[in-house]
Design a protein around this ligand. Structure first.
Ligand code: SF4
Ligand code: SF4
Length: 434
């Protein structure tokens, strides 16, 4: 079977400190759940409860103010004991409700009612996804209802692309979702596709090393009356990025002579959440998280309640072997620093890691040696060395191509001089602070 990929650049990335994706464990329920009222990108939500109120598991506690801000729910039953404020790693103010576990669960351990009998209309689907706060769990956290409504308005034919591309070993949690919740992923895909007037087919985009996942997804989808296919993609990072995935899919389109139309790309955790919301009227209460890194004694993939302290996750993995040098959420390739272990797991926390200094490297910036490695790996075909020097040395405001950089970080990974190329090119840090 042909493998479709992007034409140039990229890196093969491996990391022995990633937890095994062959199994998962259920994390202990948190004694306290910390629920942020600002879940980017959508901005703050309006709190519907106050300190002292009692909440039920799954109860709506914050309503999104606009279509980019998702509703949020209590992930444990209990009492709101306080609200806390802090600045996130980008200096933005945030506020959270702290819920102390108390009382009985509505969903946990209970047989859930099936609300899907008879199906749902498109309008009902959008309302359910809004009500239950369903967001893209593999990336930005954007509400799915808004994505669907936006595509509906284009009036063009569409393909739902189920993104099961594992170009980064830190996507171990996504892999576990595919294995442990495969039927939910497929049914969630079909719910979206069958209720989208313009969605003509489902494509399962699966990296070729995980071909067995593609076979299982296709086999499960066969019982539904919607055209579906598997496309095998490359495994080089950043194959999963929207730009690189679309390049691979357009290659397939050309070779096979099919018209995919506009692409609606969603990941397995999101689609399983769609299934839970539509079938059981269940908001996102938990998610799989890969917990690892060289500082962690027993790395593992865990099913974790949203709102659990990140520090508690590390403790459940046996704690640290030594003082960590770098703690972050996401992948080391694009992770966001964790400045306080009290920060909670959110709907988009697919991984958290803690590295020792030896794994992080000395991190000391040196002079560019013009080795050209950054050029070789840039999937966009940019010259990161030149762009970096234009910005840093010439303080140039005109940097051709810089706006095409999507911040994949391949250049950073390969640079032997540890220069913060992508941050400078993307304007995430200024010339003075680089
Ligand atoms: S990889 Fe680093 S050292 Fe090599 S050319 Fe690029 S910026 Fe310079
Ligand atoms: S310049 Fe931008 S797109 Fe190119 S490798 Fe670096 S981060 Fe990726």
């Amino acid at each position: 079977m042909k493998v479709y990929s992007f034409p140039r650049g990229g890196v093969s990335f491996d990391d022995p400190t990633v937890p095994s994706r062959d199994a998962s464990v259920v994390a202990f329920l948190p004694a306290f759940s910390i629920i942020p009222l600002t879940q980017y990108p959508g901005g703050r939500v309006d709190a519907l409860v106050s300190v002292g109120n009692f909440v039920r598991e799954g109860m709506l506690v914050g309503r999104g103010k606009n279509s980019d801000a998702a509703n949020i729910h209590a992930t444990i039953p209990g009492q709101v004991v306080r609200s806390v404020e802090w600045n996130d790693n980008e200096g933005r103010p945030n506020e959270a409700l702290v819920i102390r576990l108390e009382g009985s669960f509505k969903y946990l351990g209970k047989k859930e009612e099936n609300f899907l009998r008879g199906g749902v209309s498109r309008k009902e689907l959008l309302q359910i996804l809004t009500d239950y706060g369903i967001v893209e769990m593999e990336s930005s956290g954007r509400p799915v209802a808004g994505m669907l409504a936006e595509l509906d308005n284009t009036g063009t034919s569409q393909t739902l692309v189920v993104r099961c591309v594992f170009d980064d070993p830190w996507l171990a949690a996504d892999y576990v979702v595919c294995r442990e919740r495969l039927q939910a992923v497929v049914e969630g895909s079909c719910i979206i596709a069958m209720n989208g007037a313009q969605i003509k087919r489902i494509i399962f985009a699966v990296s070729h090393k995980e071909k067995e996942i593609g076979d299982a997804l296709l086999s499960a989808a066969a019982q539904y009356d919607i055209p579906s296919a598997v496309i095998l993609t490359g495994s080089r990072y950043p194959q999963r990025n929207r730009r690189e995935l679309e390049l691979a899919l357009r290659g397939y389109e050309k070779k096979e002579g099919v018209d995919l139309g506009a692409l609606l790309i969603l990941g397995p955790a999101t689609l399983a959440a769609v299934y839970d919301a539509v079938k059981y009227h269940r908001p996102i209460l938990d998610r799989y998280v890969a917990v690892g890194g060289s500082a962690v004694r027993n790395p593992r993939v865990m099913l974790v309640r949203i709102g659990k302290r990140i520090g508690d996750l590390f403790e459940e993995c046996g704690g640290f072997v030594d003082v960590p040098y770098r703690v972050a959420t996401g992948s080391p390739l694009s992770g966001k620093p964790v400045v306080n272990l009290d920060e909670p797991v959110t709907k988009t926390s697919y991984a958290v890691f803690a590295m020792l200094r030896a794994q992080a490297g000395d991190g000391l910036k040196r002079n560019c040696i013009s080795c050209g490695e950054c050029r070789n790996v840039c999937p966009v075909g940019l010259d990161p060395e030149e762009l970096y020097k234009r910005i840093m040395v010439l303080h140039s405001a005109h940097n051709p191509g810089a706006q095409e950089c999507h911040g994949c970080g391949c250049c950073d990974l390969m640079c032997p001089s540890h220069l913060p190329l992508s941050d400078v090119i993307m304007g995430r840090i200024s010339g003075e602070s680089a």
